[in-house]
Design a protein around this ligand. Structure first.
Ligand code: SAH
Length: 241
């Protein structure tokens, strides 16, 4: 798919190339879009200039339909790097929520198994998976407490309110050396998770990713003035016995 991008970086994915595109920067005619080559310039009826480029996974991803709170990109980055995920990795996540994390991991890993207790969320994620045409993510409308079908996996990721209640089921599905990662917004959750890990796991680290975006306009170079939002803490453990 192709993408229209303004000089300030606002972007619009072209779903139907020959249709007029309505944006808050005015309308761009379907005729103009059809004629334009990649890298060339098109203008809206309000005179705003766009460039035409190819869209990538991240452009679609940022438009993902979401209901539950998703794990933000900065935290997904840490999960991938700390757990050393590769194209050979087999991953389980619970719960699926909006499918944001699972869909991202499906682009990196060999297979993602995702468990979601709520039927309405399950249906939304099903829709998101098919919109992306993803074939290596398997979604199950199940309570993770009943256990996971998969065994010997590389990573179990818990993004649910009481991760410490899922240590046994995670342990049964992980390979020795496999990673158990828990994502929680509050410190009491982190305490209960880490303090209950037991002999089967070793706690590797707990971190909070703080990303600070900067504004760069000529010589006005400074951190963005919006408040830095809190997302969650990530706890990493490994199955050792
Ligand atoms: N990581 C997700 C967001 C997960 S939100 C994302 O990036 O989009 C937490 C989800 O866990 C919710 O959808 C909730 O319904 C689900 N959940 C809570 N308890 C569960 C359980 N016991 N089994 C499976 N899913 C559960």
């Amino acid at each position: 798919m192709r993408l229209l991008i303004t000089e300030s970086g606002k972007k619009f994915i072209l779903k139907e190339e020959d249709k007029n595109m309505h944006t808050n920067f005015g309308m761009i005619s379907g005729e103009d879009i059809k004629k334009a080559k990649l890298g060339s310039r098109v203008s809206s009826n309000k005179g705003v200039k766009f460039r035409l480029v190819e869209s990538s996974f991240i452009d679609e991803y940022q438009k993902l339909k979401r209901i539950a709170q998703i794990i933000p990109l900065k935290d997904i980055g840490l999960i991938i790097t700390e757990a050393g995920l590769t194209k050979e990795s087999i991953v389980i996540e619970a719960g699926a929520g909006s499918g944001a994390l699972g869909i991202f991991l499906s682009q990196i890993c060999k297979k993602v198994y995702s468990y979601e207790i709520r039927e309405d969320f399950f249906k939304l994620v099903e829709g998101n998976i098919s919109k992306f045409g993803i074939k290596n993510m398997m979604l199950k409308n199940r309570d993770a407490k009943e256990g996971f079908d998969e065994k010997n996996v590389d990573l179990v990721l818990l993004d649910l309110p009481s991760p410490w209640e899922f240590l046994d089921v995670a342990h049964k599905s992980l390979k020795f050396g496999g990673f158990l990662v828990s994502y929680s917004p509050t410190i009491p959750q982190v305490m209960d998770f880490v303090n209950n890990l037991g002999e089967g796991f070793v706690h590797v680290k707990t971190s909070e990713m703080i990303e600070r975006e900067w504004e760069i306009k000529e010589r006005k170079v400074r951190p963005m003035s919006q408040a830095i939002g809190h997302s969650g803490f990530l706890s990493f453990a490994r199955k050792i016995s």
